[in-house]
Design a protein around this ligand. Structure first.
Ligand SMILES: Cc1cc2nc3c(=O)[nH]c(=O)nc-3n(C[C@H](O)[C@H](O)[C@H](O)COP(=O)(O)O)c2cc1C
Length: 332
């Protein structure tokens, strides 16, 4: 019998038992949604973004279904730092996997305040810096879209905490690499990409925007090619662990991100459709590794890039069994 493939990965100072993460804001904390099925088996969970003080979020409707995804304008509804530390973090920590807090703000001071306030929080493995929330960024300092402001925010967070700092990038930019580079130079331990793409839907019966906030963030399968392209570009340009996300619905999607250069992947919108989506992604990755006789998921990171050609299956290599259903108990 072949030994089980290794699934553990190191992402910017955090060791994960496997590369599958729950994406920020898509499984909720608190009473909104129950933790997705099997969350204890996952590599990490990222909490919904918090701001220094509670926010009520945007006016309804906040979600519109799209042909291949969803448009949301939740608007960072959250309980603020204090509420997060008191009520949400303990609950998330009980799930088992490492927990990252996600921080968002309108000024560098906001981020500093949050990073300081979270630095010594029991049960917190790291911080994800959300500079890309389209609902907050409009008319504000463009942390997500200009290298200088991004550098300043990441530098401030880095100076305020000893915890690992992951920076989540916005896809709403002309060129992603200068932003990735600014985050790295400011001390990011890993980069997460991508957040949602800003979009609009119009309700033709009401002759109004479908969302109360007018614009929303597009997520789900529609954005996967854009996300993959950005992961690829950043992987080519920089040497830093990447967490890939955007439209991952199954293990095939996740493996595409890994081969584009992501060390880990995050599942977001898919959880709304299927609460087991993330664990099913994990099981599918294990099946793929076994089918191809691979020893470790790390072997696949960046495997689709030109320089990785020697690690690709040779012509005439055994046909894999692919991703057919696994036996009971597969997975990490
Ligand atoms: C309803 C909803 C809420 C979200 N909230 C957050 C958030 O609080 N912070 C954040 O960084 N990203 C947030 N995101 C973005 C996701 O974490 C993810 O980056 C994005 O949706 C792309 O992945 P997906 O296509 O798998 O959903 C949210 C996405 C959705 C759909």
């Amino acid at each position: 019998m072949t030994p089980s493939p290794r699934l553990d990965v190191e992402v910017g100072g955090i060791r994960l038992k496997n590369p599958v993460i729950l994406a920020a804001g898509t499984f909720g904390y608190g009473a909104e949604y129950a933790a997705p099925a099997g969350a204890a088996r996952l590599g990490a969970v990222v909490a919904k973004s918090i701001t220094p003080f509670p926010r009520p979020g945007n006016p309804p409707p906040r979600v519109a279904e799209m042909p291949a995804g969803m448009l949301n304008s939740v608007g960072l509804e959250n309980p603020g730092l204090e509420g997060f530390l008191r009520d949400e973090l303990p609950r998330l920590a009980r799930l088992g996997p490492p927990v990252l807090a996600s921080i968002a703000g309108e000024t560098v001071r906001d981020y500093l305040y949050l990073a300081r306030g979270l630095d010594a929080a029991p049960g917190l493995a790291g911080m994800e810096v959300n500079v890309s929330c389209p609902n907050l960024a409009r008319g504000r300092i463009p942390f997500g879209s200009q290298p200088r402001p991004l550098f300043r925010v990441v530098e401030a967070v880095r100076s305020a905490t000893r915890l690992p700092v992951w920076v989540k990038l916005s896809p709403n930019v002309t060129s992603i690499v200068p932003l990735a580079r600014a985050a790295k130079e400011a001390g990011a331990d890993a980069l997460c990409l991508i957040n949602t793409l800003t979009g609009l839907a119009i309700d033709i019966e009401r002759r109004r925007p479908a969302l109360g906030a007018v614009f929303g963030g597009l997520s789900g399968p529609a954005i996967k090619p854009v996300a993959l392209r950005m992961v690829w570009e950043v992987a080519e340009a920089l040497d830093l662990p990447l967490v890939g996300m955007g439209g991952i619905m199954d293990a095939r999607d996740a493996l595409e991100f890994v081969m584009a250069g992501a060390t880990a992947v995050a599942v977001g919108t898919a959880t709304f459709v299927n609460p087991r989506a993330a664990v099913e992604v994990l099981d599918g990755i294990v099946r793929y590794l076994k089918a191809w006789g691979l020893e470790s998921v790390s072997e696949l990171v960046g495997a689709a890039h030109p320089g990785a050609a020697d690690r690709r299956p040779r012509r005439g290599a055994r046909e894999p069994r692919g991703l057919e259903p696994a036996e009971e108990g597969d997975g990490g």
